[in-house]
Design a protein. Structure first.
Lengths: 303, 627
C-alpha cells in the first residue's frame, strides 16, 4: 500500500493570474496550469527538458535576460509574463533564424509558430553567405529510416531518445560546433555500422522529418504521401507478450507508417524495431503499392 | 570486463571489439593517460576523455577511428559520444591532417600587424587552410571503418589553419605550432621556417621568446606583477623569498571562516569579466554539503587578453597558492586548474610548479602539518573560447562537449561533477595570497568604492609599448594608454579603444578620461570585461576589426542554442554587408542588427551569445556617421 505524498505547493503569477503548482514544477508547467501556453520545439513531454531552442522564452520579473520556460523551475512569488513584445520578438526571431538556416517545410510546429508570430525569414536572404547554409543530400544508408540533415533544427530530441532517457543505444550524438554542429553516429559512419538498433524512437520524436521512415520519405518523393487521406487505426503489436499499443497509419488500405500513442503508459510513444518497422509482412504477396519492392521482409542485423 | 558503464553497453562493446587496435604509438600514448589505473578503474572515468583525446592526437597528428574506439573500450563510452566531444574542439582533428600544423593567429591585433601577409605566404607554400569541414562531409575513412587503408601516406608534412586570438597580442604576429608558439613573425621568417619544415628539417633554432613588457603605476603596485620577471617561475625558493606562501600560512593560522571573512572584507571582485564578489561566491559554495570543488579558470581566450598567461608563465605559485587558500576557505579537498590549449608554456610551467609545491608539502595530505589536505589537477583545453564560460568549463573537464548549462542552478550549488563549486579566474586567485598576508582591510583601501584593489590591464594595438600593466582601480584609462603604454606612436592619434575584448565596447578618444573601474565604465554603458584595451589609430579600418569580431563569435559559438548558433552567422553577414557599403549605415540594416542583437542578448543560453553583439553595436555609435 502506498500513500501518495503531495509535494508542497508554490504560488506564482502568470500574466497576472495566480496559480499554485507543486514545488519542483517548471515555469512551463505553471503556465499550462494557468490555462495558457507557450511555443516549444526542443521540449518533448516524455523527455527531460534541455532548454536549447529558446522558443519558449518568457519574461520573469527581476531576470536580466528572458527565461526558457521549459527548464526553469518555479520559485515562490515568481512573476511570469508570456505575451510581452520582448518575448514575441525573441520567439519570432528564433523561428526566423531556424527557417533561414534549414528546410522547415515539413516541420508543422515551426510552420505554425512562423504564422503565429509573423516570421519573415526572407529578410535575411539578401545577405546570406555562400556555404553558410548546409546543402546535404539525404542519407539513405538502410532500409528503415532516412536522415535528411538539411531539415535538422538541432533540438537534441533524437539524441536523448537514443540515450539513457529511452533506448540506451547511444548510437548518435551531436558532433562539430556552431553552425557545423550536426547529429552523427561517430566519424560519419553509416547507420548499419553504428550502434543503432533501428528502434526508430529517434524518428518518433523528430519534429521536422529530418529523421523519417523510409516509406514516408519515398512516398513524399513520389508525391503519393497524403496525410489527409490517411486513417489511424489502433491495434496491439503482435510480436511479443508486452502488447504495445500501435497506431497504424493507413492510406489506400495499406499501412504506410506505425507510431505509438504518447499517452500510453507502457510505451510512452516508444517501440522496438519490430513494432515500428516490422509490418511489411502484412502486405506480402498482395498487389504492389508505393515502394513495396524496396521494402525489406526482415530488418537488418543488430537484433 | 565486468563493469557495465551503461545499459546497452553490450551491443556497443561488440561493435567496438571489431575495430582493429590502434597503432603502438597511439596505444602507448593512451597507456600514459591511464597511468596506474587498472582496467576496472578506468570505466566511468569520463573526465579522462579529454586527456586521452589529446594523447591520441599527439601520437598520430589526428584522432583515428581505432584510437577513438580504444578510448571507448577503456572508459566505457559510446563512440558517437567520443566523436561528438573530439569534433567539438578546434585543436583536435577527427580526420587525417598533417602532423605539423601551423595555427596562424589572424585575430584583431595580429591582423593589425599584418597577419594577412603571413596567411598569403602560407597559402603560397601550403595551399588552402585546413579547417574542420563545416558539415562533416569529408571524412576520408568513411568507406573503410576497419582503419586499414589509412590515407596519411598522401598527406603533406605541414598544414595550416587560421586561429582565433592566441593571447600573444603584445608580441604578435603569433602562430601555434605543436607545443611552441612562434612570436613576432614576419612573412620572411615564416617562409624560411616553412621551407625548412617542407624539406624535413627543424628550421632555425628557436629564438628565446621576448619577455612581456610589464609596467605599473599608482598606490599598491606592483602587487600582482611584483615577482613577474624577477624570479625563476618554477623556483619555490624564489617565490618564498619574495613573500610567497605567507598568505596560506596566515589562512591556516586563522581558520577557514576567518579566511573567508578576510576575503569578503577585501571587497575583491572577480577578474574574469563578471565582477562578482569573490568572498560571497566562496561563502555560497562553503554552505553547501561536501564534497565541494574549487576551480581555477585559466581558459583565457578573450581576444586582446593575455594577463592570465603572463601570471601563469611568470608567477605560477601565486595562482596555486590562491587556489589552495580558496580550497581551504570553501572546504574543498580537490582543485582543478583548466589551462587553455593554446598556452603550452603556461601549461608546462604550471605542471612543474605543482610538482615543486607538492614536494615541499604545500599540496597533498596534511598541508604544513595541519588537518587540511588538498591537491590540484591540471586540465588542458583544446581550442574552444566557449569553455571559458564556467559551466562549459565544467562540462569540458567532465569529458562532455563544452556546452554551457542552463542556470540556475548556479555553480556554487551544482558545479563540477554536479557538486558545489567555487570557480575563479587566474588573476582573482593571484589577488588572494596578498589579501591574506596583508589583510583584507589593507586591500580594500586600494581602488574605488565598488572596485577594490589593483587591476591588470592588457594594452595592445597601436601603442608604443604594448604590454601588461598594473594600476589601482580608478586610474583614468588615458593614463594607462598614454603614460604607461606610450600612446599612439609617431604622432598618430587614437581613433577608438576596444575595452574588454571582442565581447567589449568601443570607447572614443573623448571617453578615455573614464576611470578604469567597474562602476564608471558601467555608467558609460561599457564594461571592464577581461581587462583588455586594444588601441586603434586613425588609419585603422575599423570595419575590418568589427567584421573580425563578428567572425570570431560565429566561429566560437558552441551551436547549442538557436539565437547564438544562427544569430552569430546572420550578424557576421550583416556586418560584412555594411562594410561592403563603405561605412554608410543603411537604416534597414541597422534595424535588423539591433533586433538581432536584442534577441541574442535576451534569449541566448550563455554569455557568449549574450555579449556577441556588444562590440558590433557599440561600433555603430560612431562608424555609422563616418564620411
Amino acid at each position: 500500500m502506498t500513500r501518495e505524498v503531495q509535494a508542497p505547493l508554490v504560488t506564482v503569477e502568470v500574466d497576472g493570474q495566480r496559480v499554485e503548482v507543486p514545488e519542483a514544477s517548471t515555469v512551463l508547467q505553471a503556465i499550462r496550469a494557468a490555462g495558457k501556453d507557450v511555443p516549444t520545439l526542443c521540449y518533448h513531454p516524455v523527455l527531460e527538458p534541455i532548454g536549447v531552442c529558446r522558443v519558449c522564452v518568457v519574461e520573469v520579473e527581476g531576470s536580466r535576460t528572458l527565461v526558457a520556460a521549459c527548464i526553469r523551475r518555479v520559485e515562490p512569488g515568481m512573476r511570469v509574463r508570456t505575451e510581452t513584445p520582448r518575448v514575441e520578438l525573441s520567439r519570432r526571431m528564433v523561428v526566423e533564424l531556424l527557417q533561414s538556416s534549414v528546410d522547415t517545410s515539413l516541420a508543422p510546429d515551426v510552420q505554425r509558430y512562423a504564422a503565429e508570430y509573423g516570421a519573415r525569414p526572407e529578410r535575411w536572404q539578401p545577405f546570406a553567405q555562400e556555404g553558410a547554409r548546409a546543402r546535404r543530400a539525404p542519407k539513405v544508408d538502410n532500409d528503415l529510416y532516412v536522415r535528411d540533415l538539411d531539415r535538422c533544427i538541432l533540438c537534441y530530441r533524437c539524441v536523448r531518445a537514443c540515450g539513457e532517457e529511452v533506448q540506451n543505444s547511444f548510437a548518435i550524438a551531436v558532433a562539430g560546433r556552431g553552425l557545423g554542429a550536426r547529429i552523427d553516429p561517430g566519424f560519419d559512419l553509416p547507420l548499419p555500422d553504428s550502434a543503432c538498433v533501428f528502434c526508430g524512437n529517434c524518428v518518433a520524436v523528430c519534429p521536422t522529418e529530418a529523421l523519417v521512415p523510409k516509406t514516408q520519405f519515398e512516398m513524399r518523393r513520389a508525391g503519393t504521401w497524403e496525410e489527409g487521406r490517411q486513417q489511424v487505426v489502433t491495434t496491439t503489436c503482435p510480436y511479443c507478450g508486452v502488447g504495445c499499443k500501435l497506431n497504424l497509419h493507413v492510406q489506400d488500405n495499406r499501412i504506410v507508417k506505425v507510431t505509438a500513442p504518447l499517452d500510453d503508459p507502457v510505451t510512452r510513444g516508444f517501440l522496438c524495431v519490430k513494432g515500428r518497422f516490422g509490418w511489411t509482412y502484412v502486405h506480402a504477396g498482395t498487389a504492389s503499392g508505393p515502394g513495396s519492392e524496396a521494402e525489406p521482409s526482415t530488418p537488418p542485423g543488430n537484433l | 570486463m565486468s563493469a557495465i558503464p551503461f545499459r546497452g553497453w553490450g551491443v556497443e562493446l561488440q561493435r567496438l571489439e571489431r575495430v582493429p587496435p590502434p597503432t603502438p604509438e597511439e596505444q602507448q600514448a593512451l597507456e600514459r593517460v591511464w597511468g596506474h589505473l587498472g582496467p576496472e578503474e578506468r570505466v566511468g572515468r569520463r573526465d579522462l576523455l579529454l586527456p586521452a583525446l589529446w594523447a591520441a592526437q599527439e601520437a598520430r597528428g589526428w584522432i583515428s577511428y581505432p584510437a577513438a574506439a580504444a578510448i571507448c573500450r577503456e572508459l566505457g563510452l559510446p563512440l558517437a559520444d567520443v566523436y561528438g566531444v573530439a569534433s567539438f574542439y578546434a585543436l583536435l582533428a577527427t580526420e587525417p591532417r598533417p602532423r605539423r600544423m601551423i595555427h596562424l593567429c589572424d585575430d584583431i591585433v595580429c591582423m593589425l600587424r599584418g597577419a594577412e601577409a603571413l596567411a598569403q605566404t602560407l597559402h603560397r607554400h601550403l595551399g588552402d587552410p585546413l579547417e574542420e569541414p563545416a558539415h562533416g562531409e569529408t571524412y576520408a575513412q568513411r568507406s573503410l571503418p576497419d582503419g586499414t587503408n589509412s590515407p596519411e601516406g598522401s598527406l603533406p608534412p605541414v598544414g595550416w589553419s587560421r586561429s582565433p586570438c592566441l593571447g600573444q597580442c603584445e608580441r604578435g604576429v603569433a602562430a601555434l605550432v605543436g607545443e611552441r608558439v612562434l612570436l613576432g613573425l614576419t612573412p620572411e621568417a615564416l617562409e624560411e621556417r616553412v621551407r625548412a619544415w617542407l624539406r624535413g628539417e627543424e628550421g632555425p633554432a628557436e629564438a628565446t621568446s621576448p619577455p612581456p613588457h610589464l609596467g605599473w603605476k599608482g598606490e599598491g603596485t606592483p602587487l600582482l606583477l611584483a615577482r613577474c620577471g624577477r624570479v625563476s617561475p618554477t623556483s619555490l625558493e624564489d617565490y618564498r623569498s619574495l613573500g610567497g606562501y605567507q598568505g596560506l600560512q596566515r589562512a591556516l593560522a586563522i581558520g577557514p571562516e576567518a579566511t573567508l571573512q578576510e576575503v569578503e572584507r577585501s571587497g575583491l571582485i572577480g577578474r574574469g569579466g563578471a565582477a562578482f564578489p569573490t568572498g560571497r561566491k566562496w561563502a555560497l559554495a562553503a554552505r553547501e554539503p561536501p564534497p565541494r570543488y574549487v576551480v581555477c579558470n585559466a581558459d583565457e581566450s578573450e581576444p586582446g587578453t593575455f594577463k592570465d598567461r603572463v601570471l601563469l608563465e611568470k608567477d605560477p605559485f601565486s595562482v596555486i597558492e590562491g587556489l589552495t587558500i580558496a580550497g581551504y576557505a570553501v572546504g574543498a579537498e580537490r582543485g582543478y586548474l583548466y589551462v587553455r590549449g593554446e598556452y603550452p608554456e603556461a601549461y608546462r610551467t604550471v605542471v612543474q610548479a605543482l610538482e615543486a609545491a607538492r614536494a615541499a608539502g604545500y599540496l597533498g595530505s596534511r598541508i604544513l602539518g595541519t588537518d587540511f589536505s588538498f591537491d590540484i589537477e591540471v586540465r588542458r583545453g583544446a581550442g574552444a573560447y566557449v569553455c571559458g564560460e564556467e559551466t562549459a568549463l565544467f562540462n569540458s573537464i567532465e569529458g562532455f562537449r563544452g556546452e554551457p548549462r542552463n542556470r540556475p542552478p548556479f555553480p556554487t550549488q551544482v558545479g563540477l561533477f554536479r557538486r558545489p563549486t567555487a570557480i575563479n579566474n587566474v588573476e582573482t586567485l593571484a589577488c588572494v595570497p596578498p589579501i591574506l598576508a596583508r589583510g583584507g582591510e589593507w586591500y580594500a583601501h586600494l581602488g574605488t568604492e565598488r572596485s577594490r584593489g589593483t587591476k591588470l590591464v592588457c594594452v595592445s594595438g597601436h601603442v608604443v609599448r604594448p604590454g601588461l600593466y598594473e594600476v589601482p582601480f580608478g586610474v583614468p584609462i588615458r593614463t594607462v594608454v598614454e603614460d604607461l603604454a606610450g600612446g599612439v606612436p609617431a604622432g598618430g592619434r587614437v581613433q577608438a579603444v576596444l575595452c574588454g575584448g571582442a565581447a567589449g565596447t568601443f570607447l572614443l578618444p573623448e571617453e578615455l578620461d573614464t576611470p578604469l573601474a567597474v562602476e564608471a565604465l558601467q555608467a558609460r554603458g561599457a564594461a571592464l570585461g577581461s581587462g583588455a584595451l586594444m588601441v586603434f589609430d586613425e588609419r585603422t579600418d575599423l570595419w575590418a576589426v568589427v567584421e573580425r569580431i563578428a567572425r570570431f563569435f560565429r566561429d566560437e559559438s558552441c551551436g547549442q542554442c538557436v539565437p547564438c548558433r544562427v544569430g552569430t552567422q546572420r550578424q557576421l553577414e550583416l556586418v560584412a554587408e555594411l562594410r561592403r557599403g563603405g561605412g554608410r549605415v543603411d537604416p534597414h540594416l541597422r534595424g535588423l542588427l539591433e533586433e538581432l542583437a536584442q534577441v541574442m542578448r535576451d534569449a541566448s543560453i550563455c554569455g557568449l551569445g549574450q555579449l556577441a553583439p556588444n562590440a558590433v553595436l557599440s561600433s555603430l555609435r560612431f562608424l555609422g556617421r563616418m564620411p
